[in-house]
Design a protein around this ligand. Structure first.
Ligand code: HEM
Length: 168
């Protein structure tokens, strides 16, 4: 295995690992922690939330950084050459990136302190579900591209997805 292949593998691990931690943490927060903490007194509830958010925020920031670095590395170094000329692949990848940026923004707002977004944090159970729908769509597109859009030789210019559509 040469140096670059090793970086490719590390970058995949970082990408999938960060996604697992962030999405898993959000599912736990929304469907385990929030219902369990709902019975606490207001003062206890606020204190617990402050302590959890202080720690979880570091995971969110590090996870976003890892997803961005590994995602752009995977895309520019691996996917662009392997899917040259495949418009559908790059279109879906562009959509994946936009949805991911939306998810990063929402995750930052939910763990942040800016008074501008107090209303979003006050309705955190709803916005966490929106965050999970966004990340779920990002994962679905990522997994779909990995399985369906097979890499093609560098000179190919027709989408493998288009080829499978009658009349394309
Ligand atoms: C919420 C944030 C994100 C999540 C949860 C996520 C998740 C995933 C998952 C599950 C895969 C499939 C991995 C595999 O099967 O090996 C994947 C692939 C990929 N992701 Fe992400 N991702 C996120 C953000 C990003 C961003 C911001 C970029 C680019 C800037 C990006 C670029 C890529 C690329 C290039 C692939 C490879 C697709 C292929 O195999 O052709 N991702 N992502």
């Amino acid at each position: 295995m040469d140096g670059l292949t090793l970086i490719d593998v590390l970058s995949r691990w970082a990408h999938v690992g960060a996604a697992v931690v962030l999405v898993g943490g959000s599912v736990f927060t929304r469907f385990v922690l929030m219902p369990a903490a709902a019975g606490l007194q207001e003062s206890e509830h606020i204190a617990l939330r402050e302590r959890i958010m202080g720690r979880w925020k570091k995971f969110v920031m590090a996870g976003i950084l890892l997803l961005l670095l590994s995602g752009f590395y995977n895309y520019l170094k691996v996917a662009v050459p392997a899917h040259k000329g495949d418009g559908l692949y790059h279109g879906l990848m562009g959509l994946k990136m936009l949805l991911a940026f939306g998810a990063f923004f929402l995750a930052s707002v939910l763990t942040g302190r800016s008074p501008k977004f107090d209303a979003v944090r006050a309705d955190a159970p709803k916005w966490l579900v929106v965050l999970l729908l966004l990340t779920g769509s990002v994962i679905a597109i990522g997994g779909f591209l990995k399985v369906v859009a097979k890499p093609r030789p560098a000179d190919a210019s027709v989408s493998i997805l288009q080829e499978s559509r009658p009349g394309a």
